[in-house]
Design a binder for this molecule. Structure first.
Ligand SMILES: C=C(O[C@@H]1C=C(C(=O)O)C=C[C@H]1O)C(=O)O
Length: 124
């Protein structure tokens, strides 16, 4: 069984003619519609992340060329405050927003270190 094709044997109730089958089909169709929107959002997030990493790679090259350190803790602190506040306004858990940011920044800093030591690749 997959979530897209729920196991009818697991549900004793629906049998043709009693309306439960129609209802199940409607629910499945609704689920697929919602998932299609989730798919679009996931695709947009991947594209947004790719764009963000393109810019952070530019920052990494600039820093390496001018002997600046890979990380900037003051900038990170300001961003965390800003993102937590945006998350609250958007009814998103601010702790989650901060965790997401820290996760991404750790990867960015790793890239900056690689650019500085000459081992960086083109891929973000
Ligand atoms: C991109 C930068 O480098 C690092 C990564 C940051 C980020 O991904 O937002 C923020 C600060 C830095 O630690 C930067 O300094 O702007």
């Amino acid at each position: 069984m997959t979530a897209e094709t729920p196991d009818r044997a697991a549900d004793p109730s629906p049998s043709p003619g009693d309306g439960a089958v129609d209802e199940r089909d409607a629910v499945i169709s609704m689920l697929l519609g919602i998932r299609s929107s989730i798919d679009n959002i996931d695709a947009a997030l991947i594209h947004l992340l790719a764009e963000r990493f393109k810019f952070t790679q530019q920052v990494g090259r600039l820093k390496a060329e001018h002997g600046l350190p890979p990380s900037d803790p003051d900038r990170e602190k300001r961003q965390i405050e800003r993102l937590r506040s945006l998350a609250e306004d958007a009814h998103l858990d601010p702790a989650f927003a901060e965790k997401w940011f820290n996760f991404v920044v750790a990867e960015v800093i790793r890239h900056h270190e690689e650019i500085a030591d000459g081992s960086g690749s083109d891929r973000a």
